[in-house]
Design a protein around this ligand. Sequence first.
Ligand code: CAA
Length: 413
Amino acid sequence: MSVGIERLAVYVPSYALPMADLAAARGVAPEKYVQGLGVEQMAIAPPCEDVVTLAATAGARLLRAARIDPRSIGMLLVATETGVDHAKPVSIFVHELLGIGPRCRVYELKHACYAGTAALMTAADWVRAGGIRTRRALVIAADIARYELGSAGEPTQGAGAVAMLVGSEPQALVLGEESGTHAGNVYDFWRPLGRREAIVDGKYSVDCYLDALTGAFGAFRSLERPALEPDEALTDRLARLLYHTPFPKMAMKAHRRLVEVDWRAARERWAAVEGRLDEAAAASYRDLVAPSLVAASRIGNTYTASLYLCLASLIEAENRALGGRRLGLFSYGSGCCAEFFTGIVPSGVATVSDAGVATALRQRTLVDVEQYERFVRAGDVGGDTPAGFTGDFVFRGVRQDRREYQHAEALAA
Ligand code: CAA
């Protein structure tokens, strides 16, 4: 039985800040952000947008595009590290806004940026366990990445949501059944209760990411070894490699590490690249990784959604050329847990390739640093929609101990 992603839909906030403007305001060379980190713009959520509206808008667009009756969804999982309540999950608000029926397993998952993958794997296992009964899950990864104004992390913010329909008729990605995993308690990035912005040990977080990649990819490679020819590199069997992307330069560093691990294990390949590893890894990065990073460089970090934003953007850009080809995917969540897995893009992918990425990017309004700081300082208190708002749902604020949400159309009427 093939199980995987039937279709994806992306939603990003309607506002974006050019990184060159942020660099000028912070007295930093623009090249540091644009070339050094690889980020051109970052998505900014206005006060009337929270993780619920992000997730619900992505979910609503997915259900509309797939023409799925919301009541046929038997499992709704929302992965986020931007939760709005310690007890009530984001998923139950989304459940109501999308009109999903009562016969549904609904919950929120957390493990930093890894939770999107935890949700996808849980949903895939649930579909497989249904056997011949058709089961369909809705998985949504949604986040607002926030660091202190003026901090080193500030240029690596962003926001967005990716919704994925998981079922037994996967037209976007058939998931492989094996994964390589890696976990361990590290303090690279965390957000203690009551804090709005994350605390991060930036350089250490990069090292933790790379160590976790070595562990997860090494574990996957061992599982795959019996299928490989002696001295064959696993990367030669993959058409594209997608990474959790807090900023695109991180994906470049990750790929350099991954090919080193892979090629070292393939002795002939290693002999051929030894002494010019950086050059060979850079060429491999241009072919296998760069095509999936276009959206991330214009949206920034979307935490749980980041890897799946790369997937949606890649499928949208390359669609039928990926048909029948195998992708490698690496998910990392600080703290930490990581997973390397693969999937095959079905030949009919063109019918589901529009995930709304290009449309969302086209519809955005660029803001200046002053406006960005106004949004950040106001906090996610809810309220009216600013000019140019394109989301389907609006957070109106907390009133009489309830979080109030409204359809944007109803508000405009
Ligand atoms: N022209 C071109 N490049 C320049 C430059 C210039 N004028 N000035 C600096 N650069 C380059 C640097 O050489 C560096 O590139 P390399 O890493 O390839 O050497 C790059 O720009 C960044 O410079 P710094 O390393 O000096 O930047 P920094 O220390 O100020 O901050 C950061 C970088 C640590 C990633 C910081 O942005 C941060 O803390 N971000 C949040 C944490 C994060 O994203 N961690 C990633 C791994 S953890 C994870 O993935 C989970 C998650 O989502 C958070």
